[in-house]
Design a protein around this ligand. Structure first.
Ligand code: ATP
Ligand code: MG
Length: 720
């Protein structure tokens, strides 16, 4: 096979197939390319069976791209090879052998919504209250436990003297038992149970260890403890493990990823061969310098040099918009312009943002300018729960025999109809062959409480009334009635979370789908509408080859590259996200995310922000992100106005809340006499040296205490 498309260091990594190998290198230096060439080289030149290779990627999109890159090198000869994400790898292993640890092979996988309903039941049954044990925070504690491979027993043992966590361990225990009785696994279980299976079952372990003679893991910096153990279990026999990663791109700390995994690799595998790659082949020098000027602000990173031969290149474009609509329109216009003037395809462009909610305004502008786009990483519109629920109501009205639709919504919104009630109905339906909805019309023979019977009667009356309305109302009004009378949106409003608000927005969007249908279709019936929707969602999945602009969050963009990248909404409070602004570790993770975002660009990088923004239904004044002022000014296009953003100090944040008066205001701009290099004394941490200063915030290296951020708004330092 032709290996000339590799530089010397890459070649050494590709050809060293035996033994542990660590490739630690910056963005765009060819890490993923090394993995793909390695696979091709092993199959084509070394005649290693594809069956004995395993490659693990972080997202499905990355897995798909890796397979395509391998295919373009050696055709479909790698088709028997497993290239998969951690989750799909585990599903495959579990579908085959999970019976050996007491589950049924046909297990279902619970999504977040399913998890939430189940955890709510558990919290209640444990006698706890949702206001002090918030379902989402209990779930994240459980997820954290699973990442660390702690089962309920181990979790309880570890935290028995922590009041809150010991209560959560009870919920965790019940949650696991319920999952099991539903024959269900959640996402974290996929990995947890695979590790359990491999650890406890020698036969299965032996099978996979023999099978996978060569294991490769991309984006290794983002593995958590459970994934780390899994990888080690799989490659224990042959120890032909190749991991690649970049500590500057570790962006999943919040989900339990542990940079230590990458830094410890050399300790765990004493004879590991380490390769460093220093040439970046992706981006122009301007873009690379910009990304480097941001990431170098992080303390305690391994200093890496990256260089590129791509000297030419446009400077970074900075655009300040009036608001999010204006920002989105600017982006759409720039895409149109470049598409026409530079003869580019839409697939050359990517729009990256910090949070999913930001996509809405961008989508609207793209639609307005007739630019096709595709959102990755979040569910397609018609796959979303709230849309499926409303559709289920419409389907049931159209077709009362649709048992699946009935089961989906009979207790949505919650009416107090439990699984037991449904079971009784289903048992009878099995005998008589009637539909569930048909059975509901005569409940006299059922052993159900009067309360449940009344509720079911009301439900039947409601659906029957919808059937009548359908005949007389225009479709748009009819759909509105369904939404109102079921109280679906009311329940979401009461939930009052960001997620619920997102769902309400989607339902609003659904109404515009109906409106559009009314305008464009000849037959304006419900039946016609339902089939048009099934066709749309069907088509959605086959337009893969089309030319479209990519929209995704920064997190999902990892590992990908695009000629033109827009980073949108680069504002304080969004990026860095507000919850990270007071914690130095989280702030560094946001900065790594910024580095990831900027290094996705090959030729042109835009950074945009707005003066005002409506997000989550609130309109706020916005200011440019501190990350913008961290980029060297000379890298921006000349007309760019760079607004220096001082990180907001604790004083600014709390002056209203705690009514701090002017007199209490300590030295607001920091202490003049203390600058970088000063030796100081802190009342608690003792003696240290100032290594950086932004406004009132000092970064200080303390003797024996490590590096800390001190805000002199509240604490005075004495200069030594
Ligand atoms: P990231 O850290 O973002 O995941 P990476 O290190 O995995 O980046 P790749 O995606 O493998 O980098 O490579 C970046 C780009 O550089 C790709 O387009 C790749 O094809 C190209 N490239 C890498 N090495 C070479 C080379 N030796 N010759 C030509 N092009 C190369
Ligand atoms: Mg990569």
């Amino acid at each position: 096979m032709d290996l000339t498309g590799l530089n010397k260091d890459q070649l050494s990594a590709v050809t060293r197939v035996e033994g542990p190998l660590l490739i630690l290198a910056g963005a765009g230096s060819g890490k993923t390319r090394v993995i793909t060439y390695r696979i091709a080289h092993m199959i084509e030149d070394l005649k290693i069976s594809p069956y004995s290779l395993l490659a693990i990627t972080f997202t499905n999109k990355a897995a798909k791209e890796m397979r395509e890159r391998v295919n373009s090198l050696i055709g479909d000869r790698a088709k028997d090879m497993w290239i998969s994400t951690f989750h799909s790898l585990c599903v495959r292993i579990l579908r085959r052998d999970i019976e050996r640890i007491g589950y049924n092979r046909s297990f279902v996988i619970y999504d977040t919504q399913d998890q939430l309903s189940l955890i709510k039941e558990c919290i209640k049954e444990c006698g706890l209250r949702e206001d002090s044990f918030k379902p989402s925070s209990v779930l994240s504690a459980i997820s954290g436990a699973k990442d660390k491979l702690l089962n309920p027993k181990a979790f309880e043992a570890r935290y028995f003297n922590d009041f809150r966590l010991s209560k959560i361990s009870k919920v965790y225990d019940l949650y696991q038992r319920k999952l099991k009785s539903n024959n269900a696994l959640d996402f974290d279980d996929l990995i947890f149970k695979t590790v359990e299976l491999l650890k406890t079952d020698e036969f299965v372990r032996d099978f996979y260890q023999r099978k996978f003679q060569y294991v490769m893991v991309d984006e290794y910096q983002d593995t958590n403890h459970a994934q780390y153990v899994l990888i080690n279990l799989l490659s224990e026999m042959h120890k032909n493990l190749c991991v690649v990663g970049d500590d500057d791109q570790s962006i999943y700390g919040w989900r339990g990823a542990d940079i230590a995994n990458i830094l410890d690799f050399e300790k765990d595998y004493k004879d590991a061969f380490v390769v460093k790659l220093e040439q970046n082949y992706r981006s122009t020098e301007v873009i690379l310098d910009g990304a480097n000027s941001v990431i170098k602000r992080n303390l305690g990173r391994k200093n890496k040099k990256l260089w590129t031969q791509l000297k030419e290149g446009e400077k970074i474009k900075l655009h300040k918009a009036y608001d999010e609509k204006d920002e989105a329109n600017f982006i759409a216009r720039e895409i149109k312009k470049r598409q026409e003037e530079e003869d580019r395809n839409l697939r050359d462009f990517a729009l990256l943002y910090r949070t999913n909610a930001q996509s809405r305004a961008l989508e609207e502008a793209l639609i307005k300018h007739s630019i096709s786009y595709k959102i990755f990483g979040s569910l397609k519109f018609y796959d979303r729960k709230e849309i499926k629920d409303i559709m289920a109501y419409l389907r049931l009205v159209q077709n009362p025999l649709d048992d699946l639709a009935l089961k989906r919504i009979v207790n949505v919104p919650k009416r107090g109809i439990g699984a037991k009630t449904l079971e009784k109905l289903e048992e009878r339906a099995l005998v008589t062959g009637e539909s569930l909805f048909g059975l509901l019309h005569d409940l006299s023979g059922f052993d159900l409480s009067t309360k449940v019977k009344t509720t079911l009667n009301k439900f039947v009356m409601m659906i029957n009334s919808f059937m009548d309305m359908k005949e007389i109302l225009p479709l748009t009004e009819f759909v509105q009635k369904v939404i109102d009378n079921t109280r679906y949106v009311d329940e979401l409003k009461a939930e009052d979370t960001d997620e619920a608000r997102g769902r309400i927005e989607n339902i609003e969007e659904f109404k515009s789908v109906v409106m559009e249908f009314m305008q464009n279709s000849e037959e304006k019936t419900l039946e016609e509408f339902l089939s048009s929707v099934s066709l749309v969602s069907d088509l959605d999945s086959i337009d893969e080859e089309d030319d479209f602009v990519t929209l995704m969050t920064l997190h999902s963009a990892k590992g990908l590259e695009f000629p033109v990248v827009f980073l949108a909404g680069v504002e304080e409070g969004i990026f860095p996200i507000s919850r990270a602004m007071l914690d130095e570790n989280q702030l560094e993770e946001e900065r790594r995310l910024c580095y990831v975002g900027m290094t996705r660009a090959k030729q042109i990088l835009y950074i945009t922000y707005a003066n005002e923004r409506t997000l989550y239904g609130r309109r706020n004044h916005a200011i440019a992100s501190r990350f913008i002022s961290e980029i060297d000014e000379s890298l921006f296009e000349e007309n760019a106005k760079i607004e220096k953003t001082k990180p907001q100090s604790l004083y600014d944040r709390y002056k209203d809340k705690y009514k701090i008066g002017q007199d209490d205001k300590p030295k607001f701009d920091g202490q003049d006499d203390i600058t970088v290099g000063s030796k100081i004394k802190h009342p608690k941490f003792g003696i240290g040296m100032v290594v950086a200063k932004t406004g009132t915030v000092y970064t200080i290296a303390f003797e024996g205490q490590g590096i800390k951020q001190i805000d002199t708004t509240f604490i005075s330092l004495s200069k030594l």
